[in-house]
Design a protein around this ligand. Structure first.
Ligand SMILES: Nc1ncnc2c1ncn2[C@@H]1O[C@H](COP(=O)(O)OP(=O)(O)O)[C@@H](O)[C@H]1O
Ligand SMILES: [Mg+2]
Length: 227
C-alpha cells in the first residue's frame, strides 16, 4: 500500500503540493491525471524520495517519510528499492548497454552476483520484447525501446511498486503503443503501479483514478466517475 497524506511542498511562496492525499492499493493500477502544473510529477518525486516536503507523510510498504524531517540515506535507499520509478526521458546510463543498464540495480544496489543479475536482466529484456537488444547502447535504440529498457531496469530490483511519470509523452506516436502494451502486461500481472498519463484509454484501464489540480487531489474513484 502507498498512502500519501496531506502532502505540502513549497518552492518559495508557491505551494506546489497543497495538502495532497491519495492511496494506491497493492496489485492495482492507479492513474494520476489532471492539468499540467497540477503537481503530479512533484507528488511522484516525493513518493520516491527524490524531493523533500514541508509537511504530511508518505507511507510505502512499511517505509515512512515525514514532512520537515530529512530522511537518512539508508531510509531513502530502502524506500527506492520498494518504489521504482520510470521517467518521461528514460534516464538510462548512456555508456552502458541495455543489459548492463538492467543489471546495474541488482549489482550495485542489491549486491547480487553478476552472473545472477545477468540472467535476471536477460529474462526482463525478453519480457519487454528486447531480447535481441541486450548489447545495444541507448543511443542505438529508439525512444520506445529505451523506455522499455527503463521499465526492465525498474523491474530488476523487484520493487513493490513502480511509479511512471508520463512514460510515453516523449515518444513518437508510433512508439507509444509498444510501451503501453508492456505496462498493460505488468498491470495484468498484478504489479502495483501509479501512472501519470494523458492517455485517456490507458487511464481507463486503471482500478482507481486520482485527479490532481493545483496541488490537491480533487477527485478519486473509478475511471468512469473521474474521467
Ligand atoms: N523546482 C521548482 N521550483 C519552482 N517551481 C517548481 C519547481 N518544480 C516544479 N515547480 C512548479 O510546480 C508546479 C507543479 O509542477 P509539476 O509537479 O511538474 O506538475 P505536473 O507534473 O502536474 O505538470 C508547476 O507550476 C511548476 O512550475
Ligand atoms: Mg509532470
Amino acid at each position: 500500500m502507498i498512502r500519501v497524506t496531506d502532502l505540502v511542498k513549497c518552492h518559495g511562496p508557491a505551494r506546489i503540493l497543497d495538502g495532497a492525499t491519495l492511496t494506491a492499493a497493492p496489485g492495482q493500477l492507479t492513474a494520476l491525471v489532471g492539468p499540467s502544473g497540477g503537481g503530479k510529477s512533484t507528488l511522484l518525486r516525493c513518493v520516491n524520495g527524490l524531493e523533500q516536503f514541508q509537511s504530511g507523510t508518505v507511507e510505502a510498504f512499511g517505509h515512512t517519510l515525514t514532512g520537515g524531517q530529512p530522511p537518512t540515506q539508508p531510509a531513502l535507499q530502502k524506500l527506492r528499492r520498494a518504489v521504482g520509478m520510470v521517467f518521461q526521458q528514460f534516464h538510462l546510463f548512456p555508456h552502458l548497454t541495455a543489459l548492463e543498464n538492467v543489471m546495474s540495480g541488482p549489482v550495485h544496489a542489491l549486491g547480487k552476483p553478476k552472473a545472477e543479475a545477468e540472467q535476471t536482466a536477460k529474462r526482463l529484456l525478453a519480457r519487454v520484447g528486447l531480447a535481441d537488444k541486450a548489447g545495444a547502447r541507448p543511443a542505438n535504440l529508439s525512444g520506445g525501446q529505451q523506455q522499455r529498457v527503463a521499465i526492465a531496469r525498474a523491474l530488476a530490483v523487484e520493487p513493490s511498486a513502480i511509479l511512471f511519470d508520463e512514460p510515453t509523452s516523449a515518444l513518437d506516436p508510433q512508439m507509444v503503443g509498444e510501451v503501453l502494451a508492456v505496462m498493460r502486461d505488468l498491470a495484468a500481472d498484478g504489479q502495483t503501479m501509479i501512472v501519470v498519463s494523458h492517455d485517456v484509454d490507458f487511464a481507463r484501464s486503471a482500478a482507481v483514478v486520482h485527479k490532481m489540480v493545483a496541488g490537491k487531489v480533487v477527485q478519486s474513484g473509478p475511471p468512469d466517475a473521474v474521467l
